[in-house]
Design a protein around this ligand. Structure first.
Ligand code: ADP
Ligand code: AMP
Length: 224
């Protein structure tokens, strides 16, 4: 199964994708995480992306499409995928569909996390991440066991530089101008499930799992 999660920055895509990946045994591919890894490794790609990411803009389509095509190609044909943060423009969505179709594959389900602006702003400014393992916490909503330390490896949690208020504004602008049209693109081509992402993490997961469980059941009934 190939799933795309859409939603504003801070809507909870990464948090839900991690849970989906564990429950259904799917590979979680986050374009933002891959870019951050490229930057940390000091690669050419990371250097190209740096300025766009730091200012809250989108990295150019050609860079992202190639990077994600490579990541998807590396994944085993048998492993399903859950895509997080990609596609983020209609052009990226078209290119993704073209490359999947070329391999006889498609996006099976699109989950759109809907969230109010005030809720999402508070989620972004309160987000803290582990620089070592990538685990994500929130200073109020999803606290680590020991304040400021990662539950998995004890590393000091950090605030992403692009979660600062001035950059967040630009990220929302990019979302409204360039990413929102992706929802309509998928509404015209696939089934899109709208999820109320204002709720607490477990409630959002319950909504998501109910949809995915039903789809998986229908697919297995069809096969029988
Ligand atoms: P995205 O991947 O969409 O940018 P994240 O999954 O990183 O968003 O979540 C943004 C912040 O909000 C994180 O600090 C996360 O712990 C927190 N968070 C995620 N989902 C919820 C939720 N349903 N309720 C409250 N806080 C949440
Ligand atoms: P994220 O971790 O998804 O919030 O992404 C962090 C930053 O990486 C974004 O603000 C963009 O600058 C860049 N980025 C991530 N995914 C994409 C994408 N699909 N297209 C363009 N830029 C991206």
């Amino acid at each position: 199964m190939r799933i795309v999660l859409l939603g504003a920055p801070g809507a909870g895509k990464g948090t839900q994708c991690k849970r989906i990946s564990v429950r259904y045994g799917l590979l979680h591919l986050s374009s933002g995480d891959i870019l951050r890894q490229e930057r940390a490794a000091g690669t050419e790609l990371g250097k190209k992306a740096r300025g766009y990411m730091d200012s809250g803009g989108l990295v150019p389509d050609e860079v992202i499409v190639e990077m994600m095509a490579e990541a998807i190609k590396k994944a085993s044909q048998k492993t399903g995928l859950v895509l997080d943060g990609f596609p983020r423009t209609v052009n990226q969505a078209v290119k993704l569909d073209e490359s999947l179709t070329g391999n006889g594959q498609r996006i099976d389900v699109v989950l759109n996390l809907n969230i109010e602006q005030e809720v999402v702003s508070e989620r972004m400014t309160g987000r803290r991440s582990c620089p070592k393992c990538g685990a994500v916490y929130h200073i109020k909503n999803l606290k680590p066991k020991v304040e400021g330390k990662c539950d998995n490896d004890g590393a000091e949690l950090v605030q992403r530089p692009d979660d600062s208020l001035d950059v967040v504004k630009n990220r929302f602008r990019a979302y409204h101008e360039q990413t929102k049209p992706v929802v309509d693109y998928y509404k015209n081509n696939n089934t899109v499930y709208d999820i109320d992402a204002n709720r607490v993490v477990d409630e959002v997961s319950t909504l998501v799992f109910a949809i995915l469980d039903t789809l998986i059941e229908v697919r297995s009934d069809r096969r029988q």
